[in-house]
Write a protein that binds this ligand. Structure first.
Ligand code: NAD
Ligand code: UD1
Length: 335
Protein backbone atom coordinates (compact mmCIF):
# COMPACT_ATOMS: atom_id res chain seq x y z
CA UNK A 1 0.00 0.00 0.00
CA UNK A 2 1.05 3.62 -0.52
CA UNK A 3 1.23 5.05 2.98
CA UNK A 4 1.48 8.78 3.63
CA UNK A 5 3.71 9.22 6.69
CA UNK A 6 3.45 12.74 8.09
CA UNK A 7 6.41 13.54 10.34
CA UNK A 8 8.27 10.63 8.75
CA UNK A 9 11.70 12.24 9.16
CA UNK A 10 11.31 12.34 12.95
CA UNK A 11 12.33 9.84 15.60
CA UNK A 12 9.40 7.42 15.55
CA UNK A 13 8.47 8.21 11.94
CA UNK A 14 11.88 7.28 10.51
CA UNK A 15 11.87 3.94 12.32
CA UNK A 16 8.35 3.27 11.10
CA UNK A 17 9.28 4.10 7.51
CA UNK A 18 11.86 1.29 7.68
CA UNK A 19 9.31 -1.20 9.01
CA UNK A 20 6.82 -0.18 6.32
CA UNK A 21 9.40 -0.75 3.59
CA UNK A 22 10.34 -4.10 5.12
CA UNK A 23 6.65 -5.08 5.14
CA UNK A 24 6.36 -4.32 1.40
CA UNK A 25 4.58 -0.96 1.68
CA UNK A 26 5.56 2.26 -0.10
CA UNK A 27 5.89 5.08 2.42
CA UNK A 28 5.61 8.66 1.19
CA UNK A 29 6.98 11.18 3.68
CA UNK A 30 5.70 14.70 4.33
CA UNK A 31 7.69 16.61 6.95
CA UNK A 32 8.56 20.29 7.35
CA UNK A 33 11.78 19.34 9.21
CA UNK A 34 10.93 21.72 12.08
CA UNK A 35 12.25 19.09 14.51
CA UNK A 36 14.22 16.74 12.29
CA UNK A 37 16.70 16.44 9.46
CA UNK A 38 16.51 15.01 5.95
CA UNK A 39 19.64 13.08 6.89
CA UNK A 40 17.41 10.61 8.78
CA UNK A 41 15.76 9.67 5.47
CA UNK A 42 19.12 9.34 3.72
CA UNK A 43 20.05 6.86 6.43
CA UNK A 44 16.75 5.04 6.02
CA UNK A 45 17.76 4.62 2.38
CA UNK A 46 21.17 3.34 3.47
CA UNK A 47 19.53 0.75 5.74
CA UNK A 48 16.78 -0.41 3.39
CA UNK A 49 18.14 0.29 -0.09
CA UNK A 50 14.94 2.23 -0.77
CA UNK A 51 14.71 6.02 -0.97
CA UNK A 52 11.21 6.97 0.12
CA UNK A 53 9.60 9.90 -1.72
CA UNK A 54 9.97 12.94 0.55
CA UNK A 55 8.19 16.30 0.48
CA UNK A 56 9.49 19.06 2.72
CA UNK A 57 6.24 20.86 3.45
CA UNK A 58 3.89 21.68 6.27
CA UNK A 59 0.93 19.34 6.71
CA UNK A 60 -1.23 22.45 7.10
CA UNK A 61 -0.50 23.47 3.49
CA UNK A 62 -3.67 22.08 1.90
CA UNK A 63 -2.69 22.58 -1.76
CA UNK A 64 0.72 20.98 -1.28
CA UNK A 65 -0.82 18.04 0.56
CA UNK A 66 -3.42 17.57 -2.18
CA UNK A 67 -0.61 17.42 -4.71
CA UNK A 68 1.05 14.59 -2.76
CA UNK A 69 -2.22 12.63 -2.57
CA UNK A 70 -2.80 13.17 -6.27
CA UNK A 71 0.68 12.06 -7.25
CA UNK A 72 0.96 8.94 -5.09
CA UNK A 73 -2.52 7.39 -4.91
CA UNK A 74 -2.35 7.27 -1.12
CA UNK A 75 -4.15 4.28 0.45
CA UNK A 76 -3.70 5.09 4.14
CA UNK A 77 -2.10 7.66 6.44
CA UNK A 78 0.07 7.51 9.55
CA UNK A 79 0.03 10.91 11.21
CA UNK A 80 3.14 11.54 13.34
CA UNK A 81 3.61 15.22 12.51
CA UNK A 82 3.20 17.54 15.45
CA UNK A 83 4.99 19.42 18.18
CA UNK A 84 5.80 17.39 21.27
CA UNK A 85 7.82 19.39 23.81
CA UNK A 86 5.79 19.48 27.01
CA UNK A 87 7.56 22.48 28.57
CA UNK A 88 7.39 24.54 25.38
CA UNK A 89 3.68 23.78 25.10
CA UNK A 90 3.01 25.51 28.41
CA UNK A 91 4.90 28.60 27.16
CA UNK A 92 3.39 28.60 23.65
CA UNK A 93 0.01 26.91 23.94
CA UNK A 94 -1.40 28.63 20.86
CA UNK A 95 1.45 27.31 18.71
CA UNK A 96 0.74 23.79 19.97
CA UNK A 97 -3.02 23.99 19.47
CA UNK A 98 -2.57 25.52 16.02
CA UNK A 99 0.07 23.11 14.81
CA UNK A 100 -1.27 19.86 16.20
CA UNK A 101 -4.97 20.49 15.62
CA UNK A 102 -4.77 22.37 12.31
CA UNK A 103 -2.49 19.75 10.77
CA UNK A 104 -5.01 17.08 11.70
CA UNK A 105 -7.94 19.11 10.30
CA UNK A 106 -6.10 19.65 7.01
CA UNK A 107 -5.15 16.02 6.76
CA UNK A 108 -8.73 14.85 7.39
CA UNK A 109 -10.08 17.23 4.76
CA UNK A 110 -7.61 16.10 2.14
CA UNK A 111 -8.26 12.45 3.01
CA UNK A 112 -11.95 13.11 2.40
CA UNK A 113 -11.24 14.80 -0.92
CA UNK A 114 -9.23 11.78 -2.07
CA UNK A 115 -11.53 9.21 -0.49
CA UNK A 116 -8.81 7.80 1.79
CA UNK A 117 -10.40 5.95 4.70
CA UNK A 118 -7.63 4.67 6.93
CA UNK A 119 -5.80 6.79 9.50
CA UNK A 120 -3.38 5.85 12.28
CA UNK A 121 -2.80 8.69 14.73
CA UNK A 122 0.10 9.17 17.18
CA UNK A 123 -1.53 9.60 20.56
CA UNK A 124 0.12 9.29 23.94
CA UNK A 125 -0.32 7.73 27.36
CA UNK A 126 -0.46 11.33 28.51
CA UNK A 127 -4.22 11.30 27.68
CA UNK A 128 -4.78 9.20 30.84
CA UNK A 129 -3.75 12.24 32.93
CA UNK A 130 -4.13 11.52 36.61
CA UNK A 131 -5.88 8.14 36.32
CA UNK A 132 -4.23 5.36 38.35
CA UNK A 133 -1.94 2.97 36.41
CA UNK A 134 -2.08 0.50 34.80
CA UNK A 135 -4.13 2.22 32.11
CA UNK A 136 -6.61 0.31 30.03
CA UNK A 137 -8.08 1.87 26.89
CA UNK A 138 -11.39 1.96 28.77
CA UNK A 139 -9.90 4.17 31.51
CA UNK A 140 -11.32 7.70 31.33
CA UNK A 141 -9.16 10.14 29.38
CA UNK A 142 -8.67 13.90 29.60
CA UNK A 143 -8.82 14.34 33.38
CA UNK A 144 -5.74 15.77 35.07
CA UNK A 145 -3.66 16.34 31.93
CA UNK A 146 -1.08 18.88 33.05
CA UNK A 147 -0.05 20.60 29.83
CA UNK A 148 -1.31 21.88 26.45
CA UNK A 149 0.70 19.27 24.51
CA UNK A 150 -1.18 16.49 26.28
CA UNK A 151 -4.49 18.25 25.74
CA UNK A 152 -3.85 18.46 21.98
CA UNK A 153 -3.65 14.65 21.96
CA UNK A 154 -6.84 14.38 23.99
CA UNK A 155 -8.76 16.88 21.84
CA UNK A 156 -7.63 15.22 18.61
CA UNK A 157 -8.67 11.80 19.91
CA UNK A 158 -12.14 13.10 20.80
CA UNK A 159 -12.46 14.73 17.38
CA UNK A 160 -11.37 11.56 15.59
CA UNK A 161 -13.97 9.57 17.52
CA UNK A 162 -16.71 11.99 16.37
CA UNK A 163 -15.52 11.90 12.78
CA UNK A 164 -15.37 8.11 12.71
CA UNK A 165 -18.90 7.86 14.08
CA UNK A 166 -20.20 10.29 11.45
CA UNK A 167 -18.92 8.15 8.55
CA UNK A 168 -19.02 4.38 8.97
CA UNK A 169 -16.53 3.79 6.16
CA UNK A 170 -13.62 5.39 8.04
CA UNK A 171 -11.09 3.27 9.94
CA UNK A 172 -9.30 5.40 12.54
CA UNK A 173 -6.85 4.07 15.11
CA UNK A 174 -5.27 6.17 17.85
CA UNK A 175 -2.13 4.51 19.13
CA UNK A 176 -1.36 5.60 22.69
CA UNK A 177 2.39 5.35 22.99
CA UNK A 178 4.01 4.79 26.35
CA UNK A 179 7.70 5.81 26.57
CA UNK A 180 9.62 5.17 23.35
CA UNK A 181 13.37 4.60 23.74
CA UNK A 182 16.07 2.78 21.77
CA UNK A 183 17.14 3.11 18.18
CA UNK A 184 17.55 1.06 15.04
CA UNK A 185 20.17 -1.66 15.73
CA UNK A 186 22.34 -0.35 12.87
CA UNK A 187 23.09 2.73 15.00
CA UNK A 188 22.38 4.89 11.95
CA UNK A 189 19.12 6.49 13.10
CA UNK A 190 17.85 7.43 16.54
CA UNK A 191 16.40 10.16 18.70
CA UNK A 192 17.92 13.55 17.99
CA UNK A 193 16.52 16.12 20.43
CA UNK A 194 17.17 19.82 20.00
CA UNK A 195 18.96 21.41 22.96
CA UNK A 196 18.62 19.99 26.45
CA UNK A 197 16.63 16.75 26.33
CA UNK A 198 13.37 16.69 28.26
CA UNK A 199 13.04 12.93 28.21
CA UNK A 200 14.99 10.51 30.32
CA UNK A 201 16.78 8.25 27.83
CA UNK A 202 18.33 10.98 25.66
CA UNK A 203 19.47 12.70 28.84
CA UNK A 204 21.09 9.48 30.07
CA UNK A 205 22.88 8.92 26.75
CA UNK A 206 24.12 12.52 26.63
CA UNK A 207 25.57 12.16 30.13
CA UNK A 208 27.17 8.85 29.18
CA UNK A 209 28.78 10.33 26.06
CA UNK A 210 30.14 13.27 28.08
CA UNK A 211 27.90 16.04 26.70
CA UNK A 212 26.32 16.65 30.10
CA UNK A 213 27.85 16.31 33.55
CA UNK A 214 25.16 14.39 35.39
CA UNK A 215 21.56 13.29 35.27
CA UNK A 216 19.06 14.98 37.56
CA UNK A 217 16.66 12.34 38.89
CA UNK A 218 13.32 14.04 39.47
CA UNK A 219 12.22 12.77 42.88
CA UNK A 220 13.15 9.73 44.98
CA UNK A 221 10.17 9.83 47.32
CA UNK A 222 7.44 8.32 45.15
CA UNK A 223 5.66 5.20 46.35
CA UNK A 224 7.62 2.95 43.97
CA UNK A 225 10.26 0.22 44.16
CA UNK A 226 13.11 2.69 44.82
CA UNK A 227 11.23 5.98 45.17
CA UNK A 228 11.88 7.12 41.58
CA UNK A 229 9.22 7.47 38.87
CA UNK A 230 8.09 4.36 37.02
CA UNK A 231 7.35 4.28 33.27
CA UNK A 232 6.59 1.75 30.57
CA UNK A 233 9.55 2.00 28.19
CA UNK A 234 9.07 0.57 24.72
CA UNK A 235 11.74 -0.01 22.06
CA UNK A 236 11.08 2.29 19.11
CA UNK A 237 11.33 -0.66 16.70
CA UNK A 238 8.56 -2.46 18.61
CA UNK A 239 6.54 0.74 18.40
CA UNK A 240 7.24 1.01 14.66
CA UNK A 241 6.05 -2.56 14.14
CA UNK A 242 2.89 -1.67 16.06
CA UNK A 243 2.08 0.85 13.31
CA UNK A 244 2.46 -1.73 10.57
CA UNK A 245 0.17 -4.03 12.59
CA UNK A 246 -2.35 -1.20 13.01
CA UNK A 247 -2.54 -0.81 9.22
CA UNK A 248 -2.82 -4.55 8.66
CA UNK A 249 -5.59 -5.00 11.22
CA UNK A 250 -7.41 -1.70 10.84
CA UNK A 251 -11.18 -1.97 11.02
CA UNK A 252 -13.90 0.55 10.35
CA UNK A 253 -14.81 2.74 13.29
CA UNK A 254 -12.65 4.32 15.94
CA UNK A 255 -10.25 2.36 18.12
CA UNK A 256 -7.71 3.52 20.70
CA UNK A 257 -4.90 1.08 21.47
CA UNK A 258 -2.08 1.22 24.00
CA UNK A 259 1.39 0.49 22.67
CA UNK A 260 3.53 -0.39 25.66
CA UNK A 261 5.34 -3.36 27.14
CA UNK A 262 2.96 -3.68 30.07
CA UNK A 263 5.85 -3.40 32.53
CA UNK A 264 7.10 -0.56 34.67
CA UNK A 265 10.76 0.40 35.10
CA UNK A 266 11.98 3.04 37.55
CA UNK A 267 14.38 5.85 36.67
CA UNK A 268 17.20 4.23 38.64
CA UNK A 269 16.46 0.79 37.18
CA UNK A 270 16.79 2.30 33.71
CA UNK A 271 20.04 4.07 34.65
CA UNK A 272 21.50 0.80 35.95
CA UNK A 273 20.31 -1.20 32.93
CA UNK A 274 21.90 1.41 30.69
CA UNK A 275 25.22 1.31 32.55
CA UNK A 276 25.23 -2.47 32.29
CA UNK A 277 24.41 -2.52 28.57
CA UNK A 278 26.83 0.26 27.60
CA UNK A 279 29.69 -0.09 30.04
CA UNK A 280 29.46 3.72 30.43
CA UNK A 281 28.89 5.56 33.72
CA UNK A 282 25.88 7.78 34.36
CA UNK A 283 26.49 10.00 37.39
CA UNK A 284 23.25 11.30 38.84
CA UNK A 285 21.91 13.52 41.57
CA UNK A 286 18.48 13.49 43.16
CA UNK A 287 16.45 16.62 42.35
CA UNK A 288 12.97 17.64 43.51
CA UNK A 289 9.99 16.11 41.71
CA UNK A 290 9.23 17.59 38.29
CA UNK A 291 5.87 19.41 38.34
CA UNK A 292 3.23 17.54 36.34
CA UNK A 293 4.87 14.11 36.66
CA UNK A 294 2.87 11.08 37.74
CA UNK A 295 4.52 8.49 39.99
CA UNK A 296 3.70 5.43 37.91
CA UNK A 297 2.60 4.91 34.32
CA UNK A 298 2.30 1.61 32.51
CA UNK A 299 -0.02 0.03 30.02
CA UNK A 300 -2.55 -2.75 29.97
CA UNK A 301 -1.69 -4.43 26.70
CA UNK A 302 -4.50 -6.93 26.09
CA UNK A 303 -6.17 -4.88 23.37
CA UNK A 304 -3.00 -4.57 21.29
CA UNK A 305 -2.55 -8.35 21.50
CA UNK A 306 -6.22 -9.03 20.58
CA UNK A 307 -6.75 -6.44 17.87
CA UNK A 308 -3.29 -6.02 16.37
CA UNK A 309 -1.80 -9.45 17.11
CA UNK A 310 1.16 -7.43 18.34
CA UNK A 311 3.26 -7.28 21.46
CA UNK A 312 6.74 -6.06 22.29
CA UNK A 313 9.61 -8.46 21.65
CA UNK A 314 12.60 -6.34 22.62
CA UNK A 315 13.89 -5.84 26.16
CA UNK A 316 15.00 -2.80 28.13
CA UNK A 317 18.56 -4.10 27.68
CA UNK A 318 18.09 -4.18 23.88
CA UNK A 319 16.81 -0.61 23.98
CA UNK A 320 19.70 0.58 26.18
CA UNK A 321 22.27 -1.08 23.93
CA UNK A 322 20.69 0.40 20.78
CA UNK A 323 20.32 3.89 22.28
CA UNK A 324 23.97 3.78 23.21
CA UNK A 325 25.08 2.56 19.78
CA UNK A 326 23.22 5.48 18.19
CA UNK A 327 24.46 8.11 20.68
CA UNK A 328 28.09 6.96 20.81
CA UNK A 329 28.30 6.70 17.02
CA UNK A 330 26.56 10.06 16.48
CA UNK A 331 27.44 12.29 19.45
CA UNK A 332 26.13 15.33 17.56
CA UNK A 333 23.07 13.56 16.19
CA UNK A 334 22.58 14.05 12.43
CA UNK A 335 24.91 17.05 12.25
P1 NAD B 1 9.65 14.10 16.30
O1 NAD B 1 9.62 15.54 16.65
O2 NAD B 1 10.96 13.44 16.15
O3 NAD B 1 8.80 13.86 14.94
C1 NAD B 1 7.73 14.68 14.56
C2 NAD B 1 8.00 15.13 13.14
O4 NAD B 1 6.93 15.95 12.68
C3 NAD B 1 9.28 15.96 13.02
O5 NAD B 1 10.09 15.40 12.00
C4 NAD B 1 8.80 17.36 12.64
O6 NAD B 1 9.71 18.02 11.80
C5 NAD B 1 7.49 17.04 11.96
N1 NAD B 1 6.47 18.11 12.01
C6 NAD B 1 6.03 18.80 13.09
N2 NAD B 1 5.06 19.65 12.73
C7 NAD B 1 4.88 19.51 11.40
C8 NAD B 1 4.02 20.10 10.46
N3 NAD B 1 3.13 21.05 10.82
N4 NAD B 1 4.09 19.72 9.15
C9 NAD B 1 4.99 18.77 8.77
N5 NAD B 1 5.83 18.17 9.63
C10 NAD B 1 5.77 18.53 10.92
O7 NAD B 1 8.75 13.35 17.37
P2 NAD B 1 8.54 11.78 17.62
O8 NAD B 1 9.10 11.47 18.95
O9 NAD B 1 8.93 11.00 16.46
O10 NAD B 1 6.95 11.77 17.77
C11 NAD B 1 6.09 11.49 16.70
C12 NAD B 1 4.66 11.64 17.18
O11 NAD B 1 4.45 10.77 18.29
C13 NAD B 1 4.31 13.05 17.66
O12 NAD B 1 2.97 13.32 17.27
C14 NAD B 1 4.40 12.93 19.16
O13 NAD B 1 3.58 13.85 19.82
C15 NAD B 1 3.92 11.50 19.38
N6 NAD B 1 4.40 10.91 20.64
C16 NAD B 1 5.74 10.88 20.89
C17 NAD B 1 6.19 10.35 22.09
C18 NAD B 1 7.68 10.31 22.41
O14 NAD B 1 8.03 10.10 23.56
N7 NAD B 1 8.58 10.48 21.45
C19 NAD B 1 5.29 9.84 23.03
C20 NAD B 1 3.93 9.88 22.73
C21 NAD B 1 3.49 10.42 21.52
C1 UD1 C 1 6.87 13.06 29.32
C2 UD1 C 1 5.71 14.01 29.24
C3 UD1 C 1 4.59 13.35 28.44
C4 UD1 C 1 5.08 12.96 27.05
C5 UD1 C 1 6.29 12.03 27.23
C6 UD1 C 1 6.91 11.64 25.91
C7 UD1 C 1 5.79 15.41 31.24
C8 UD1 C 1 5.12 15.75 32.52
N1 UD1 C 1 5.26 14.37 30.57
O1 UD1 C 1 6.46 11.89 29.94
O2 UD1 C 1 3.52 14.27 28.29
O3 UD1 C 1 4.07 12.27 26.34
O4 UD1 C 1 7.30 12.71 28.01
O5 UD1 C 1 7.43 12.77 25.25
O6 UD1 C 1 6.73 16.06 30.82
N2 UD1 C 1 13.24 11.97 34.49
C9 UD1 C 1 14.29 12.28 35.31
N3 UD1 C 1 15.26 13.11 34.84
C10 UD1 C 1 15.23 13.65 33.58
C11 UD1 C 1 14.15 13.31 32.73
C12 UD1 C 1 13.16 12.49 33.23
O7 UD1 C 1 14.36 11.81 36.46
O8 UD1 C 1 16.14 14.41 33.22
C13 UD1 C 1 12.20 11.04 34.99
C14 UD1 C 1 10.81 11.62 35.03
O9 UD1 C 1 10.57 12.25 36.25
C15 UD1 C 1 9.96 10.36 34.82
C16 UD1 C 1 10.83 9.48 33.90
O10 UD1 C 1 12.15 9.96 34.07
O11 UD1 C 1 9.79 9.67 36.04
C17 UD1 C 1 10.45 9.56 32.44
O12 UD1 C 1 10.41 10.92 32.05
P1 UD1 C 1 10.18 11.38 30.54
O13 UD1 C 1 11.13 10.66 29.66
O14 UD1 C 1 10.21 12.87 30.51
O15 UD1 C 1 8.74 10.84 30.18
P2 UD1 C 1 7.32 11.07 30.92
O16 UD1 C 1 7.48 11.84 32.17
O17 UD1 C 1 6.66 9.76 31.03
Amino acid sequence: MNILVTGGAGYIGSHTVIKLIEAGHTPVVVDNLCNSSAESLRRVAQITGVTPPFYQQDVRDTAALEAVFAKHAIDAVIHFAGLKAVGESTEKPLLYYQTNLDSTFTLLEVMRTFNVKTLVFSSSATVYGSEPAPYSEDSPIGRGITNPYGRTKYFIEEMLRDIASSDGSLAITSLRYFNPIGAHPSGLIGENPNGVPNNLMPYITQVAVGKRAELGVFGDDYDTVDGTGVRDYIHVDDLAEGHVAALTHSQTGYCAINLGSGEGTSVLQLVHAFEEASGAKVPYKIHPRRPGDVAVSYAKIARAADVLQWRTTRTIEDACRDSWRWQSGNPEGYK
